[in-house]
Structure formats: C-alpha cells, structure tokens
Design a binder for this molecule. Sequence first.
Ligand SMILES: [Zn+2]
Length: 299
Amino acid sequence: MSALGLDVGGTKIAAGLVGLDGSAAEVTTTPTAGSGQAVVDQITGIIDEYRTAHPVTSVGLVVPGGVDPRTGVVAAASNLGWRDLDLLGALRPRLPPSVALHVDNDASAAAWAEHRFGGHGQGDSLVLVTVGTGIGGGVVVDGRVVRGVSGAGGEVGHLPLHPGGRACECGSSGCWEQYASGRALHRAAQVAGWYTETAGRDVLRAASAGDVVAAAAVAEVATHLVHGIVVLTAVLDSALVLLGGGLGSDPLFQPFVHAAASAATVTPPRRRIPIRPASLGVLAGVIGAADLSRTTTRR
Ligand SMILES: [Zn+2]
C-alpha cells in the first residue's frame, strides 16, 4: 500500500512515497519541463518511474492554481500554462484502473497535511496561509478541506479587503496579497528607501536590527497580514492559523506578525487565534496529495 504524492510547481516537481504516518520517502525533485502538454507528459513519466520501482496503489497530484478535486479539471494554473485542463481525464487512461488518482490545489493539500500530520493538536479546524511572493491558502473545517462550489474554497490570497485599492494581476483590485505578501514587503521597502533587488529581505534584516524606518515598513505589511487573518477567523472561528511560505515562515518576520496580532481586536465569543509557523515545510504538498489520494474514490 504505497501512496505517491506529486507537488507540481512552476519551477519544479517534488514527488515522494508517503506512509500512513505522513512520513515521506524516496523523495525526488525535478525541474518542471516548460508548460502545457510537456508538463502532463513529464508527470506521467515520473509516475511511471515510481510505479516501476514500488507498488503504488494511489497517486495524488497537486498544482498551484484553481482546481476542482471532484472533477480533476484545472481551471487555471498560470505558472504551468494550463487553462480549463482536464488533468484527471488526461492522466487516467495512462494508469491502471486499480490505481486511485486524485488532483487538488497545492495549498489545500498542504493544509490537509498540516491538519493530519503537523502535530498541532488543536482540534479539527485550521487555516494555512502561505505567504511567499503572493498569498495562498487552505482551510480545514470540522476535519474536511473547504472546497466551495467551484473548488476555489480556501484560496484566500485574493480576498478583496481594500475596495478601490491596488490593482491585482487577477484582474481585481485591493486583494489581500497586494498588501501582505513578499511582493508587498518589497514595495513597502522601496517606499521606505531600500532600492536593492532584495529590498524585502534587506528591510526585514534592518528592522530586526532596530532600524525604526524599516520596522515601520515591516509592521505595515504584518498589520495587513493580520487584518486578513482576523477576517478569515471571524468567519471560520478556527482553532489555529498556520503561516507558511518564504516570508510567512521567516523567523525575522514572526515577531512583527505577533505584535500586530496582539494589537488586533477580536469580537467575542471568538478568542485570540494562535498564529504559528506551519511545521511540514516544503513537503507539505506532497504529503497532503498522497494522503488525500488514499481516501479518494477509485476512478
Ligand atoms: Zn487579486
């Protein structure tokens, strides 16, 4: 009984066999072969390699973009050049019927992995917010991943928190990730006078060393991040919020997030939500993908 997980990103594909305890083995990382059909072919090749060497009984595949796990159709994954791609339909004929196949969103799978194997011990509801260049997210409520009608449930980065605010690549404006992501920190750093290519990282370092101007820039981004978290938890009343991603898990950023969280008001009977770093790191997507494939309907 081996479950194979694949986390297909715009730059690399991570894969591994995942045990019932969430442990990952035989992990490989392969540069993504361009985009479009080439990636579909590459995924098939990776699955075949694992199946040749191991008794794989289910395969879980996660992608960065809008995907409905009930249909396996990827509505949009811009990093991979996919739009309205029936990924399940493309891969299903290439696998024997005995191998279950599950397709999902990467952040939803990561949230599931944190819920199942993250060791957080906080009941059956959590929100994972991945703060990197943009913001991704996944939500588990009452022990189930939130999907919504189109499969976009839990995709929190484009919460329109600021009416008439900054234009966003998604076509909307005022989206959360325009104010509370790595890109937002870069912008805030430039406004504060840091003009290097690594302005976000530099301003974070300066802020941690006590530079008042830098600290104000970082605090502004952290405040926007916490504002979105307060909105989410006002709806979900979750037990826990986990931060992942390059900026979200950066130890230099954490104190600013916690300071902003302490200053935020929470409407009773909700309590102040614990905000913690995600614990599974870069393999969370692989682990979640494989684990979800175990329970998917065989098709
Ligand atoms: Zn947006």
